[in-house]
Design a protein around this ligand. Structure first.
Ligand code: HEC
Length: 160
């Protein structure tokens, strides 16, 4: 009996050790609007992330994203001291109207090799319930954010 328990414990340990690297590698979502929404809403809810020191809380905005905006960034995006941000970085922005109710969620997700001509960003625009309105190499997002290409396409936060 003791032997059996030991065997079972050994098997469980081997399984755990084998699974850990797989989990770590499979951690980040694919360059896909549904997978990305699942990640930022369930796997690693963005409201638990930090905010850029130069864009904290709900701020008035002149961008097309809403009269007010609020931005959260993944740990790697927050700690980056120079452009470009590391692969896997995610930036989520809520757009609010004058009523300060969230009307859209836009996301920039850095995916190595996804679009080298424009900073390897995967762009996505969602309704507040997660319905994707546009995603991928969205020309409108890229063309406006291109004025900040030397800041890795970020408009609200200066990387330095
Ligand atoms: C006409 C210009 C324009 C277009 C088009 C545009 N953006 Fe932006 N975006 C901005 C500006 C300006 C800011 C920062 C200002 C602010 O937060 O008020 C910003 C901020 C952001 C941020 C926060 C990170 C950052 O860059 O500071 C994300 C994420 C973002 N936009 C995603 C998108 C996505 C996705 C699209 C396309 C669906 C898009 N944007 C289209 C102008 C634009």
């Amino acid at each position: 009996m003791k032997k059996l328990i030991l065997l079972a414990a050994g098997a469980a340990l081997a399984l755990a050790l084998g699974l850990l690297p797989a989990l770590a590698a499979g951690d980040m979502p694919a360059a896909d609007a549904t997978a990305l929404w699942n990640y930022i809403s369930k796997v690693s809810p963005y409201k638990q992330w930090g905010q850029f020191p130069d864009h904290k809380g709900m701020l008035a905005s002149k961008s097309p994203h809403g009269a007010f905006t609020q931005i959260w960034a993944s740990a790697s995006a927050l700690s980056a001291k120079k452009a470009p941000l590391p692969a896997g970085s995610i930036i989520v922005k809520e757009g609010m109207g004058q009523d300060k109710k969230v009307s859209s969620v836009v996301v920039m997700y850095k995916v190595k090799g996804f679009n080298p001509e424009a900073g390897d960003w995967f762009w996505a625009l969602y309704d507040p319930d997660g319905t994707a309105k546009a995603s991928g190499k969205v020309a409108a997002c890229i063309s406006c954010h291109s004025v900040k290409a030397d800041n890795d396409y970020l408009a609200a936060h200066a990387i330095k």
